[in-house]
Design a binder for this molecule. Sequence first.
Ligand code: ASP
Ligand code: CP
Length: 311
Amino acid sequence: MRHLLSAADLDLASAQSILDVAEEMQQVQSRPVKKLPALRGRTVVNIFFEDSTRTRTSFEIAGKWLSADTINVSAKGSSVSKGESLRDTMLTLDAMGVDAFVIRHPSSGAAQQVAGWVKAQVINAGDGQHEHPTQALLDAYSMRHHFRSIGSDGFAGKKIAIVGDLLHSRVVRSNVLLQRTLGGEVVLVAPPTLLPTGVETWGCPVTSDFDAAIADADIVMMLRVQRERMAGGFFPTEREYAEGYGLTEARLAAMKPGAAICHPGPMNRGVEISSAAADAANSLVLDQVAGGVAVRMSVLYHLLGSDEGAM
Ligand code: ASP
Ligand code: CP
């Protein structure tokens, strides 16, 4: 695999291999010396044209723990603010001898475009409302851990309710594609105003009845209300949104025994998720963050590591 631009780039064998190697990578996290030599001599540039806490930091940590040289570039502080185009910026950095770019950009399709311009390998760390493939991988990693912890393996037959602002979410698109490969049954839950055009072609049941969906779900994945992408009013008030589509304390109590909560973060507590749910014993939110480093190590290793890499 040369680039990771979409969750659809992964067949079952490669997705499973990334998840399996991530298990091994996660052991590094608890070692006193967090270093493997696998990517020594490789240079990874994390270039973020949009804000990020989890993705940027975890890719940087992942690269460093694998001994790659990692450099962070953000639009603010670069010559983008002087009007340099995306193409010129990427060609400039590529000419320095970069091996891989991890890129986040507000425009859908930006990562794909960059992959067509540069010699380096490209990992999509979120492009507009389009995709966020490493998020879907880390979600799958955390869900798989959870299923195993309750004595059940595999995604087949598991119901994953993805709830909230589907319209603006790249996380939902990558999860739908990845679960199509892994075998989980995704159910989409949103108010009609926050449904993407063409959602009926995604091959998943769609409902606006969160209470009905929750009774059946093995995973309840809450999505952030993405105010920064909303030009108009998509719902009356936050209180009404929370009543209809928030994971409230009452809905937390209505979850199936053994069911778990996911949220990619950042969370709007009190809007799509109550604090009771965010901090509940069956919330995987911080497991997702921890697993995110291991999954990104595994992705970097799969893309850049040689077969002789010392794991
Ligand atoms: N952090 C995720 C993303 O960048 C989800 C979110 O922002 O709500 O897509
Ligand atoms: N989940 C996620 O991508 O978080 P950041 O936007 O903080 O990177």
